[in-house]
Structures are given as structure tokens and as C-alpha cells.
Design a protein around this ligand. Structure first.
Ligand code: F6R
Length: 604
């Protein structure tokens, strides 16, 4: 979703701004703009709809500027047009904004009565007029920021520039992240670390209600009473090469291929020869987890699918009962929390608004503890949750999540083993199974050519069905989501046993039906569900390690490596990721940035 990048430097920055905006592209956007101090500190602003290259064409106007704010916009209020593109301007002030201002209609009427003229349909425009209104009253930008913050309801990360304070930028946030980068002869404001790591690894995270004033030489942070506060500078562990393509055509492909190394690293970090290493979820957590009797999982999209697998795993190996909810539902439900219940939020970004508000709700309920499983250190989710597990899978740039999903599953498998300890002596066997995952992934990568060929059979389809049973059902859901989001082919996932209760009506000889069929105790049942499809001449694509006759024209068997049932979900999703990737390539879609989607869904 929207992204913010601001720089105050001693040197010209226009190219750095464009590079920074390109780094924010992965979040999803439909227009972009920049506002910087020109001659006599007057604001020079450029905006363009569409890709960043359209903005680059206007860059000559910013020649020589050393201080500016910039933004990528993902439309929420108002269409993706030039007038709605940020920065928004008011007399002395230019602002860029992430988040949603919930009381913008009231503020708009108020400001109109004060004589302000609105040029856009956005909620964000009220911010610059409010800041300007308060600045006119006090001639003090700090007071103006505090008064503006006091008037705004909703979530925001704001970066502002003022014609009266040359070479200076301001920023404030509530419920939407801002981090400040500390460089040598420049300082930075950003909504995430990706544009900053090209310049510096040193950064400070802002907390809700704080604001900051930065120039090329200093960063000053204040609380809402305008008192200077000292905050620790952290060092990012992200390697800037992690955010580049490294020879792959798309980030999605690169990230699919990173899964083996990530799992291998996680195995060496957390898995001993016969046991999971002690307290991997934090100090003394093994003892805490030992007493848990119920778990409530919450996540969105892919992260929610991971929680469905975890629910199955944990209930299979322990007596713990689990619920798994999509965060946008959890927030509005009455939740009964029994004693000894753990709340687990799962999120790649740690910035998903629905997941964050679910955690905020959970913190007010009587949970024994909260655990966040996340890929981004210093994200809002990890800052709020009392226990954290960082997957360290490296930045996931492709909007379609791949490596985050398998890292989430791996983490949840470790959690399953720990929680199952007191219910049996299975840890040694489970650990032996887990230790095989990374080697098995190598075998999956060898299937890419075969999958590429199969992908041509999906290219011209409009609808597909995905089937699974047990832990393969969430894999069917996830595989269907991958196909939908990057190839724009409609895909529905069902428990294979549900087919005859309705979706079978869709099956005819044109309908591709993808099925995940590991050779386990459920395979016999899934095979009879598939027979129902074949009897209606549906085209089946079966990912399986079971021996199945290949004699029917409409049956395509994709041979999977033999593996223990425990690790099936982690392995079976990888060829499905490759399948949707190759279908998308054939359909010539924008694989890494599918239409209408954003990487970090920071609005509810
Ligand atoms: C799909 C996808 C989304 C995210 C969802 C939650 O490929 O990436 O469904 O999984 O938006 O995002 P996080 O995990 O960042 O909370």
C-alpha cells in the first residue's frame, strides 16, 4: 500500500528519491509524487499516475534539490488520478500520508468554513490544510504538528515539508509505521526499511504519538508534549542484495528458490539432532507453552492459510484445541477466552492493519500470552506482542507470498513439536522428519520444467478448482490464492469431500481440477472424490507420491517425492507456487505486482 520516503541531504537527491520510490513499488501503488525545497525554499512538486518511470520523466524540475518528501499512493479515497496523487499542498505546507483519516469528512467541512479549497477527493488532503491552519496561528511547525495530530482520528504516517523551514522535514505517526534512517551527510524518513538500506543500516523506529524533525545533520524526536526524547538507534540486519533480483526474472521466482536456504538456516538455528532447541520462542517460553490448553490463531490471506495447517498439526499431536480466524472477522466477533489460551498472530509484514487491530483486541482479553510470528523485525505487530518469533526469511518483495508461507509453516511445525511434548514421545521422530525438508525441496525445484509444460493447459482457462483433505486442504486454499492473484484466473478451493455437496456441478471436460494427494491414510478417500471428477470428464492435475495409473487422457499425475506426512504441507505448496508463476508468465501479467493488490495491507 502507500509508501513514504523523505530525504534531507547536503547533496542533490532527485535520483535517490526515484530509486527509493522504486524500492517501495513492491507495496503496490498507482501513482507517485515528490515535493522538495527549491529556490527560496518554495515547494517544487511533481506527480505522475502509473509507473515510477512516468514520474522520472518530470525529474528535471527537481534539479539540485536536497530536501524532499515523496510518496507512492495506493488509492483508497478517490481514484488513481493526478489530483489525488500525493504530496498534497496548502499554502506553506506539503504532506504525504499513509493510513486512513476516519474523521476527514468533518475536518473537511470545518476547513472549508475556514476558507480552505480542496483540490482532491482524498482523506489525506485535510492534513496539509490543518497543518497550515495551525501553522498560521502559531508560526511554529512543532505546535502545528501536535495540534494536527490531536485533531486526526484514524491511522496515519505523515511526512511534511514547510516553505518556512528550509532543509527540514517533519514526520509523525499513529497506527502506521515510520522509521528514520541515520546517514553520514543525510537523514531519511520512510514507511519501511527497504529504501533506506541502500544508504544506511542505522535506523530509529517511531512510536505512536511521537513526531520528529530532521535535517541533513540531525534527527530530533519529540513526544506529544514537544519534549525531546532519546530513542535507541538500531542496526538493520537486512543485506541490500536481498532486495535485488540476483539474476531471476521476477522476485516471486527468486523467493520461491530462496525457500530451501531459509528452511536450511532455520533448521540449523532451531533444530537439534533429536530435539527442538530450548526456548526458541523466547526466554522461558518452553515452560509457558507446556501449560497451554487452547490456541487462537489470527492472520490474513496466506498467513491465515498457515494458521489452518497449524490448527490441524497441533490438534493431531496434542490435546490442545485451536481456532483459526481471519483477522478482519476476529476483530468484530465476541471471543470467549478460556483459561490457558495463547493468542498467536501470524503476519509476514507485521503491518497488516486487521492483524494489528486483532492483536490490540487480544491484549485486552484474558489470554495467557500473545505470540507474533513475523518476518519483519521492529514491525508494529512485533512491538505490540509479548512473545515474538522472527522468521528471518529476508525481505519478501513479490506481492504474492511464497517464502513467508513456508517459513511460517516451518515455525508452526516447531511450535507443534514443542506443544506436543507432553502428549507423547514423538519429538525424536518429528525432528527427523523436519530435518529432511530442505533436501526434499531440492527435488521439487527439479520439477520446474514439467510444471512449465503443464502451465500451458491453464493459460486459457477462466475457472479452476483446487482440492485437498486434512493438512492438504489449506494447501489447496493457498495454491488457489496464488493462481488467482497473479494469473487472474478464478480458483476455488474445497475439501475434496465437499465436492459432491455442490461444486461438482461445475465440473465438465473444460474444468481443470488440481488435487494434492499425499500417500497417507486419507488418500483412498481423496481418490474416490477424484473418481467423481473423472466420471464427469473433468481434467485432473494430481500432485502425489502415490502410484496412480496414468492411462486416462484427462488425468495428469505430477509425481511428488516420497516424504513423511508431517512435512507434506511445506513441500506440496512449492510446485503449486511454480505452477501459478508459470501460468502468470504465459498470461504476461505483472507477476510481482498484480493489479489491485498491495504487499502491505495497512488499511482495515
Ligand atoms: C497473498 C498474500 C496476502 C498476505 C496477506 C497478509 O499472496 O501475500 O494474502 O498473506 O495480505 O499479509 P501479512 O502476512 O503481511 O500480514
Amino acid at each position: 500500500m502507500c509508501g513514504i520516503f523523505g530525504i534531507s541531504s547536503t547533496k542533490p537527491i532527485s535520483n535517490q528519491l526515484i530509486k527509493g520510490l522504486s524500492k517501495l513499488e513492491y507495496r503496490g501503488y498507482d501513482s507517485a509524487g515528490i515535493s522538495g525545497h527549491g529556490i527560496n525554499s518554495k515547494l517544487i512538486t511533481i506527480k505522475a499516475t502509473g509507473p515510477i518511470k512516468n514520474l522520472k520523466n518530470k525529474l528535471s524540475k527537481l534539479k539540485g534539490i536536497t530536501t524532499a518528501v515523496s510518496h507512492t499512493r495506493w488509492a483508497t479515497h478517490g481514484q488513481p488520478t493526478l489530483k489525488n496523487t500525493h504530496p498534497h499542498l496548502s499554502e506553506y505546507i506539503g504532506i504525504v500520508h499513509n493510513g486512513i483519516i476516519e474523521n476527514y469528512i468533518d475536518l473537511r467541512s470545518y476547513l472549508k468554513r475556514k476558507g480552505y479549497v480542496f483540490k482532491s477527493d482524498t482523506d489525506s488532503e485535510v492534513i496539509c490544510h490543518l497543518m497550515n491552519y495551525y501553522f498560521n496561528k502559531t508560526a511554529d511547525m512543532q505546535s502545528s504538528i501536535v495540534s494536527t495530530a490531536n485533531s486526526l482520528e484514524g491511522s496515519y504516517a505523515i511526512a511534511a515539508i514547510n516553505t518556512h523551514t528550509p532543509h527540514t522535514l517533519y514526520t509523525s505517526c499513529k497506527g502506521s509505521p515510520i522509521i528514520l534512517g541515520k546517514g553520514l551527510d543525510a537523514n531519511y524518513i520512510s514507511s519501511d526499511i527497504t529504501p533506506i538500506i541502500d544508504h544506511t543500516k542505522h535506523f530509529i523506529s517511531m512510536d505512536d504519538g511521537e513526531f520528529a524533525e530532521i535535517n541533513s545533520a540531525s534527527i530530533k524526536i519529540f513526544n506529544k508534549n514537544k519534549k525531546v526524547i532519546k530513542k535507541p538507534t538500531k542496526v538493520s540486519k537486512i543485506d541490500k542484495n536481498q532486495a535485488s533480483l540476483m539474476g531471476h526474472r521476477h522476485f516471486m521466482h527468486k523467493e520461491i528458490y530462496e525457500q530451501k536456504t531459509i528452511i536450511k538456516d532455520m533448521t540449523s538455528r532451531y533444530v537439534g539432532t533429536n530435539k527442538i532447541l530450548p526456548n526458541i520462542f523466547g526466554h522461558n517460553t518452553d515452560k509457558l507453552l507446556e501449560n497451554i490448553e487452547h490456541i487462537h490463531f489470527v492472520g490474513c490471506g496466506t498467513s491465515y492459510h498457515a494458521s489452518l495447517v497449524a490448527k490441524d498439526w497441533i490438534e493431531q499431536f496434542s490435546k490442545i484445541t485451536c481456532t483459526a480466524e481471519v483477522a478482519s472477522e476476529y476483530k468484530y466477533k465476541k471471543i470467549n477466552v478460556l483459561p490457558k489460551t495463547l493468542f498467536v498472530s501470524i503476519s509476514q509484514s507485521g503491518e497488516t492493519a486487521d492483524t494489528i487491530s486483532s492483536l490490540k483486541k487480544a491484549l485486552k482479553l484474558r489470554y495467557t500470552n500473545t505470540l507474533a510470528i513475523c518476518n519483519v523485525a521492529e514491525s508494529t505487530l512485533t512491538r505490540l506482542s509479548s512473545m515474538n518469533f522472527l522468521m528471518n526469511a529476508g525481505p519478501e518483495i513479490s506481492v504474492a507470498s511464497t517464502k513467508a508461507f513456508t517459513s511460517q509453516l516451518f515455525t508452526l511445525l516447531l511450535l507443534t513439536v514443542i506443544l506436543s511434548r507432553k502428549y507423547g514421545k514423538t519429538e525424536k521422530k518429528m525432528v527427523q522428519d523436519i530435518r529432511q525438508i530442505d533436501k526434499k525441496i531440492d527435488e521439487l525445484y527439479k520439477m520446474e520444467d514439467e510444471i512449465k509444460k503443464i502451465s500451458s493447459k491453464f493459460k486459457n482457462k477462466e475457472h479452476t478448482l483446487f482440492l485437498g483433505k486434512g493438512t492438504s486442504y489449506p494447501i489447496a486454499l493457498e495454491a488457489a490464492l496464488k493462481l488467482k492473484e497473479i494469473s487472474y484466473i478464478h480458483a476455488s478451493a474445497y475439501h475434496s469431500g465437499e465436492l459432491k455437496h455442490g461444486p461438482l456441478a461445475l465440473v465438465d471436460k473444460k474444468m481443470p481440477v488440481v488435487c494434492f494427494l499425499p500417500d497417507n491414510h486419507l488418500a483412498r478417500l481423496v481418490l474416490s472424490n477424484l473418481a467423481e471428477v473423472e466420471a464427469r470428464q473433468g481434467q485432473t492435475f494430481i500432485f502425489t507420491n502415490k502410484k496412480i495409473a496414468r492411462n486416462k487422457k484427462q488425468v495428469e499425475v505430477i509425481k511428488m517425492p516420497d516424504c513423511p506426512d508431517l512435512i507434506v504441507p511445506i513441500l506440496y505448496i512449492i510446485p503449486a507456487q511454480l505452477l501459478s508463476y508459470h501460468v502468470a508468465l504465459k498470461k504476461n501479467t505483472d507477476v510481482d505486482k498484480p493489479r489491485n493488490l498491495a504487499k502491505s495491507v495497512t488499511v482495515e
